[in-house]
Design a protein. Structure first.
Length: 422
C-alpha cells in the first residue's frame, strides 16, 4: 500500500455525529478531511462508500502476558488481535513476570513492545512493588515510561496504602487505574452471588466487594485530588457512585467491558469461557451499565482482554482461570447488542472506544487533520458468526463463541500503514 491513501466516500463517525466525507492520509498523518477531496495523483484510492470510518479504537485494559506467560499471549499475537478488532492503541496491564515496578523491569517489557508490536502498546506500571500492596513504586522514576499505574488483578487492600498512592500520583499528575476488589468479601467466590449461583451450588462474589472499594477510593480521590480511573465496573452501585462523584467534581473516569453490556448471570453456562473477574452480574446491573454508557458516566469501553491456555479454561466455572478474550469481537458485539437495538447511539459507542479513553489518559489522536493516521474502516452491514478459530489471539475463550453479529472490521491503519486488512 502506498504512503498516500485516499479513503473515499465513507461515513465519518465520532462522538460529534456522522457525516459523509473523504480522508487523505500522507506520510502517516491525516492530511485532510473533506466532503469531496479531489483525487491526488500519487494516492491509492480506497472506496469506502457504505462503510463507517472512525479513528482507531483505544483499549485501556488488555493483558498481553509478556514477559512471563507467553504461552497465553505475546505482544506480537496480542497486537495482531487488536489490529484485527480495529484497535490502534492498547494499554497493557502489569500482572507480568517480572512485574513492571521499576525502570529496569519496565524496560524488559518495552523492549519486547518495540520489537514485536504492530500497533501502539502503552505499558502500565504497578502501584506497589510486585503488586503486593505493601510498598509503593517510585512514581517519579516511572511516570515518563508508562501510561498509568495499576495493580490490576489485585485491589489495593489497605486504606493507608491507597491514600499514599493517590497522594504520590497527585504530586506527579498521573493516573491511578484501580482494580476494585475487597478480598475480605470474596469467601472463595468465582461467579456472581445471585440466582444462577444459588441454583447450581456455586460460590458467589457479592457486588459490594467491588462497589465498597470504589466508594472508599472516591473519598480518597476527592481528598487528594488524584486522577483516578476505575477498571471494569460491573454493577449498578458502582455506576451510581461514580455518577455522583463526577457531579461533585471528583477527577474520576471509568470503563466497563462488552461482556458486561451484553450479558448477565442469566446467560451463564457451565463453561470456563463464562468466567471472568468481576463476574457477570444481574440483568438490572447490565441495564444500569448501559444507562451509564448512554449518559456519559462510563467513559470507555475496555475489553479486559485476558487470554489463557485452552487447558486453563477447560475446568468449568469452579476450576477455570479468570478471564476471557475480547479484542476481536468488541465492536461487533456492542454494535449488534446496543446500537442495532437502539439502546445506545453509534456515536456514543464510537466515542467510548476512542475519544473517551483518549481524554481519560491524555492520549494524542483524533479524527482531524494533523493527527496520526490511526483509522479503522468498518462494514456495518456485514453479518458473521464469532468463531474463536479465526482469532489472531492465542486465547480462544469467549462467551460470544457462536454468536451471530453485524459489523466487520475491513481495514485498520496505524500511522497510515495497514496493520489489518480483510
Amino acid at each position: 500500500m502506498k504512503t498516500t491513501i485516499l479513503l473515499k466516500g465513507g461515513t465519518l463517525v465520532d462522538g460529534n455525529g456522522r457525516r459523509r466525507g473523504d480522508v487523505l492520509v500522507r506520510d502517516g498523518r491525516i492530511a485532510a478531511i473533506g466532503p469531496d477531496i479531489v483525487e491526488v495523483p500519487d494516492a491509492e484510492v480506497i472506496d469506502c462508500r457504505g462503510k463507517l470510518l472512525s479513528e482507531g479504537f483505544i483499549d485501556v485494559h488488555v493483558h498481553f502476558r509478556e514477559p512471563g506467560q507467553s504461552y497465553k499471549e505475546t505482544i506480537r499475537t496480542g497486537s495482531l488481535a487488536a489490529a484485527h478488532g480495529g484497535y490502534t492503541t492498547v494499554c497493557a496491564m502489569p500482572n507480568l513476570n517480572p512485574v513492571p515496578d521499576s525502570p529496569e523491569t519496565l524496560a524488559l517489557e518495552q523492549e519486547i513492545i518495540d520489537r514485536d508490536a504492530c500497533i501502539r502498546v502503552l505499558p502500565y506500571a504497578a502501584i506497589t512493588r510486585g503488586r503486593k500492596g505493601e510498598e509503593l513504586v517510585d512514581f517519579a522514576a516511572l511516570k515518563d515510561r508508562c501510561v498509568a499505574f495499576s495493580d490490576d488483578g489485585s485491589g489495593v487492600q489497605r486504606d493507608a496504602m491507597m491514600r499514599s498512592a493517590m497522594e504520590a500520583a497527585a504530586r506527579e499528575d498521573v493516573v491511578i487505574a484501580a482494580h476494585c476488589e475487597d478480598n475480605t468479601l470474596l469467601h472463595g467466590g468465582y461467579i456472581h452471588d445471585g440466582r444462577y449461583c444459588a441454583a447450581h451450588g456455586h460460590k458467589g462474589i457479592c457486588s459490594e466487594s467491588e462497589w465498597g472499594q470504589i466508594k472508599r477510593d472516591l473519598l480518597l480521590c476527592e481528598e487528594t485530588g488524584c486522577r483516578y480511573h476505575v477498571c471494569h465496573i460491573s454493577c449498578a452501585e458502582s455506576v451510581e457512585l461514580i455518577r455522583q462523584a463526577k457531579a461533585r467534581g471528583v477527577r474520576v473516569t471509568c470503563e466497563t467491558g462488552p461482556h458486561y453490556l451484553s450479558l448477565c448471570e442469566d446467560d451463564l453456562q457451565e463453561d470456563g469461557r463464562f468466567k471472568m473477574n468481576p463476574p457477570l452480574r444481574r440483568a438490572e446491573d447490565r441495564e444500569a451499565l448501559i444507562e451509564g454508557l448512554r449518559d456519559g458516566t462510563i467513559d470507555a469501553i475496555a475489553t479486559d482482554h485476558a487470554p489463557h491456555s485452552a487447558e486453563e479454561k477447560s475446568r468449568g466455572l469452579a476450576g477455570s482461570a479468570m478471564g476471557v478474550v475480547g479484542l476481536e469481537t468488541a465492536f461487533a458485539v456492542v454494535y449488534t447488542d446496543l446500537v442495532l437495538t437502539g439502546k445506545v447511539s453509534l456515536e456514543r459507542v464510537v466515542e467510548a472506544l476512542t475519544a473517551g479513553p483518549r481524554r481519560a489518559f491524555r492520549l494524542a489522536g483524533g479524527l482531524l487533520p494533523g493527527a496520526p493516521a490511526d483509522l479503522v474502516v468498518i462494514d456495518p452491514d456485514a453479518a458473521w458468526t464469532v468463531d474463536p478459530a479465526d482469532f489472531r489471539s492465542l486465547g480462544k475463550a469467549t462467551p460470544f463463541a457462536g454468536k451471530a453479529v453485524r459489523g466487520r472490521i475491513l481495514l485498520t491503519l496505524k500511522d497510515g500503514k495497514p496493520v489489518y486488512q480483510a
